[in-house]
Each structure stands twice: as structure tokens, then as C-alpha cells.
Design a protein around this ligand. Structure first.
Ligand code: SF4
Length: 274
């Protein structure tokens, strides 16, 4: 990591425009998991960072842990919308324990989304939050792919083990099959891998645009040359609609035979704008 300074944050929760959350908590600016497809990478210039995404991290020092006054059971707070709260630096900074303490009495639904087994450090605190779900993002069981595409995150094996341990501790868990990588992600393999250790499954497709589009295409060209034309079709020739419709069909078939609820977050309208 080239740049690591402390950011003084006035509030813990900020209002969110995301469809599934009312507030977000992002304890870090930047993310050293350095996923090559990360949509949050666009935020660099807005936070004073011109360095490449994945090379900077600012831990936040909170001036207050006070929660918004109008929280109730209908509201959701998501931890980790533009960073991973359990990135490797969290073992040093320990920003999450006081945040979880502050959320103990919170009436809202709390969601934590991570790609890190470090969350297991806080199991005891997590168990004290009444309405909590922990999601682990995983789009591929192939460790060599993951090492290239998500170099700072825990391995697939570690992430599955994390889901298992959280689940065994009575914490509600879900696998977030995201981003669904065309030709790379296997719904069936991931389904089999998480059966019995998650309460539900979410699926979201890869929306590839902006400054991370070309790097991802280059990675596919290098590591999956047989899929390169498919990716060009989807992401540069506006032929994604048919591909994602097929994936949705597969999700529909799986839903029918699955004992685990499956939620699809596929977004065709955004794909059409590429
Ligand atoms: S873990 Fe999430 S926030 Fe961090 S780089 Fe990966 S996609 Fe971005």
C-alpha cells in the first residue's frame, strides 16, 4: 500500500441511494482487496486520490458513533458498499469492533458484505446484533482466477469456511454470487459449495464500464482467451441482453428446485447503456 492516512469522519452512517439500503457505513476510503472489476474505483478523484485503485487506504476515525434518529425495523444499514470493512488492514486498525458495539441496540436491519475471513474475529460481537445478515461475495471457486481478479481478498476456500463458521454460530448468512463473470462463474458449482451454510443466495451480473472495463477485458484475453469474443460481444457490441436472459433462465430453473431462496439482482437496462 503506497498511501495510508487517517480520515476524520463526522458521522458513522451516511444516507444511501442504493436500492437495498437506507444508510451505509464504509470504515475505510479505498480498498486494498483491489478487485479488478470494482465499481467503487471511480471514487478516487472524489476523495482526493489520483493513485490507482487498490493502492491507497484511509482508515476513518469517527468523531461520533451516534446512529441516525429515525431508524426502525424497516430500515437497512449496509456495511461495505464502497470498501471492504474487513480488508487486511482491519487486523491492525480494528475499526469494526466499536462500530458493532454501536449497532448492538440498533432497531434497523444490518447487512455486512465482505470477501474476507477476518470477519470471524468479531463473531462474538456479531452475535449480539439482533437483526443481522452477513454476505460473502464469491463468483468463482477457481483460486488462480481469483488471485488475478481479486488479489487482496480471502481465497474461495477461506470464504466458504467463513460462511460455514458464521452459520454454525447462528448468524444469518448469504452468498453473494457477484459479480457473475460470463463464462467463468458456475451457478451450479457455487450452489453446491454453499448448500447448508447459507440462508439465502443473491446473484448479480458484472456491469463493466468506466476505467475498469479495459483491464477486465485484458485479463479475460490473457487468462481465458476462449471467452474473449463472448466478453467483447457482451461488453463492447451490445449483445449482453441475450446472454443475461439465458443466465436469468438458469437462475429461474435453479430457484424451482432449490431449497434455499435465491434473489436475482440482474440489471439489463444498465447493460444496454454500455
Ligand atoms: S472488496 Fe469490494 S470494495 Fe473492495 S475492491 Fe473488491 S469489490 Fe471493491
Amino acid at each position: 500500500m503506497k498511501n495510508e492516512t487517517i480520515y476524520r469522519a463526522k458521522v458513522l452512517c451516511t444516507p444511501s441511494k442504493l436500492p437495498a439500503s437506507d444508510y451505509v457505513i464504509n470504515p475505510y476510503i479505498g480498498c486494498i482487496h483491489h478487485c479488478k472489476y470494482c465499481y467503487a474505483s471511480f471514487m478516487g478523484p472524489f476523495t482526493g486520490h489520483m493513485e490507482p485503485w487498490g493502492t491507497y487506504l484511509e482508515p476513518k476515525k469517527y468523531m461520533s458513533y451516534k446512529l441516525p434518529s429515525k431508524l426502525d425495523q424497516s430500515k437497512t444499514i449496509l456495511i461495505g458498499s464502497v470498501t471492504d470493512a474487513y480488508n487486511p488492514a482491519e487486523s491492525k486498525y480494528r475499526l469494526m469492533p466499536p462500530i458493532l458495539e454501536a449497532l448492538k441496540e440498533c432497531p434497523a436491519h444490518i447487512e455486512i458484505l465482505t470477501k474476507s475471513s477476518l470477519i470471524l474475529r468479531d463473531v462474538d460481537l456479531l452475535k449480539e446484533i439482533s437483526d443481522l445478515a452477513v454476505g460473502i461475495s464469491l463468483s468463482n471457486l477457481d483460486e488462480s482466477d481469483n488471485k488475478v481478479i481479486e488479489p487482496g481478498a480471502s481465497t474461495a476456500k477461506e470464504r466458504l469456511k467463513t460462511l460455514k463458521e458464521l452459520h454454525e454460530n447462528g448468524i444469518k448468512t448469504y452468498i453473494f454470487i457477484a459479480p457473475y463473470l460470463p463464462g467463468v462463474t458456475s451457478l451450479d458449482l457455487l450452489y453446491d459449495a454453499c448448500e447448508g451454510i447459507v440462508d439465502y443466495i443473491c446473484v448479480e451480473n458484472l456491469n463493466l464500464r468506466g476505467n475498469y472495463k479495459q483491464p477486465m477485458l485484458d485479463i479475460i484475453k490473457k487468462f481465458h482467451p476462449d471467452l474473449y469474443e463472448l466478453w467483447l460481444d457482451i461488453y463492447t457490441r451490445k449483445k449482453g441482453g441475450a446472454y443475461w436472459a439465458e443466465v436469468e433462465k438458469k437462475i429461474g430453473i435453479l430457484k424451482k428446485k432449490s431449497s434455499i431462496p435465491i434473489i436475482s439482482y440482474m440489471y439489463h437496462e444498465k447493460i444496454k447503456k454500455l
